[in-house]
Design a protein around this ligand. Structure first.
Ligand code: NAD
Ligand code: MG
Length: 328
């Protein structure tokens, strides 16, 4: 394992260079503001018709249409949704300067060959292991979110150096930057969000809620138990792993954890995880997701609505309204 920290990084390769950030959503806003506060020359590329334009300008950033924004850029960072990166690349590629570096925060478009970059360009990845809001907040507090770095195409010979300088600019190098490949970043990132972080965790919560409510317990009590309290456990795990969690929960909770956890996540769950990983590795997941986008996302919208209509959402909204310090 190769890990880089701030002392390994030389940001002089980006001095006086323009960094263009395409997109101003979760990651885009965080990267643009952090880089600007780190003293880099940042331009944000957005469609004038889009909702983010006014927001980026109000944040004090230079904003241009995508084609104009890339013309004099040394780095072009793609922070639009993964599914629009291919068409965006095709619409700006003729305006990108010779020898520039294309960068990504997730390897999907490159790994699944949605984008096959011009041969004079570098192609690199800086993937923060956290959402954009946290990338910004940690930076402002003097900390950083750890990142992964990878190089897919090294036309100039210093693509890694450029990517590491970028990671320092967003604060990632403060926490450590681990070297990986586009394949490893893309496949593990998709697996993590599907099997554990988003898919696995929310399915576990909803199944626990339904089990309690169907057995006749009050939905409000079930909500506190399986959704609200999860944060306390996740914080302990984030700060100190299993050891810290075990230190702070009761012996009764620890015993229940150790004898009952494996009944929920059993051999069949592990087999399902392997199936999910296979679909990611062989391209099945990517093919289906791209096709869903091309069809106007009917299944995405239907499944999303079903999530939002679940009774746990109504109970949760009511209970959270009593805790007005929680951010929506
Ligand atoms: P987002 O949906 O929050 O924001 C997308 C932005 O792109 C918006 O500002 C939107 O207006 C803009 N946009 C959409 N189409 C555009 C176009 N054609 N031209 C110009 N701008 C356009 O996106 P996000 O969640 O920040 O994801 C961006 C990238 O970061 C993705 O590759 C994603 O996989 C990666 N990533 C996201 C997270 C996360 O926590 N959200 C974490 C790590 C990596
Ligand atoms: Mg991720």
């Amino acid at each position: 394992m190769q890990m880089y920290s701030e002392s390994d990084v030389d940001t002089s390769c980006l001095a006086d260079s323009q960094i263009t950030i395409l997109g101003y959503g979760s990651q885009g806003r965080a990267h643009a503001l952090n880089l600007k506060d780190s003293g880099f020359n940042v331009v944000v590329g957005l469609r004038k018709s889009g909702a983010s334009w006014a927001k980026a300008e109000a944040d004090g950033l230079v904003v241009m249409e995508p084609n104009d924004s890339v013309k004099t850029a040394k780095i072009v960072m793609f922070l639009t949704p993964d599914m629009v990166q291919k068409s965006l690349y095709e619409s700006v590629v003729d305006d990108i300067d010779t020898g520039a570096t294309l960068m990504f925060a997730h390897g999907f478009a490159v790994h699944y060959k949605q984008i096959e970059a011009r041969s004079d360009l570098n192609v690199a990845l800086i993937a923060p292991k956290g959402p954009g809001g946290l990338v910004r907040r940690q930076y402002e507090e003097g900390h950083g979110v750890p990142c992964l770095v990878a190089v897919d195409q090294d036309a100039s010979g210093d693509a890694l150096k450029i990517a590491l300088a970028y990671s320092a600019g967003i604060g990632g190098a403060r926490a450590g930057v681990i070297e990986t490949t586009f394949a490893e970043e893309t496949e593990t990132d998709l697996f993590g969000e599907q099997a554990v972080l988003c898919g696995g965790a929310t399915e576990l919560i909803v199944a626990g809620f339904e089990t309690l409510v169907e057995a006749g317990y009050q939905p409000e009590v079930a909500y506190y138990e399986v959704m609200h309290e999860l944060k306390l456990i996740v914080d302990l795990l984030h700060e100190g792993g299993l050891r810290k969690m075990h230190k702070f929960i009761s012996d009764t909770a620890a015993w229940g954890d150790m004898i009952s956890g494996p009944r929920v996540v059993d051999e069949s769950s592990r087999a399902a995880m392997k199936g999910i990983l296979t679909d990611i590795q062989d391209g099945t997941f990517a093919r289906n997701w791209i096709a869903e986008n091309q069809n106007g996302m009917p299944e995405f919208k239907r499944k999303m609505q079903a999530d939002l209509d679940h009774p746990i959402e109504k109970v949760g909204a009511d209970l959270r309204s009593h805790m007005d310090w929680l951010e929506d």
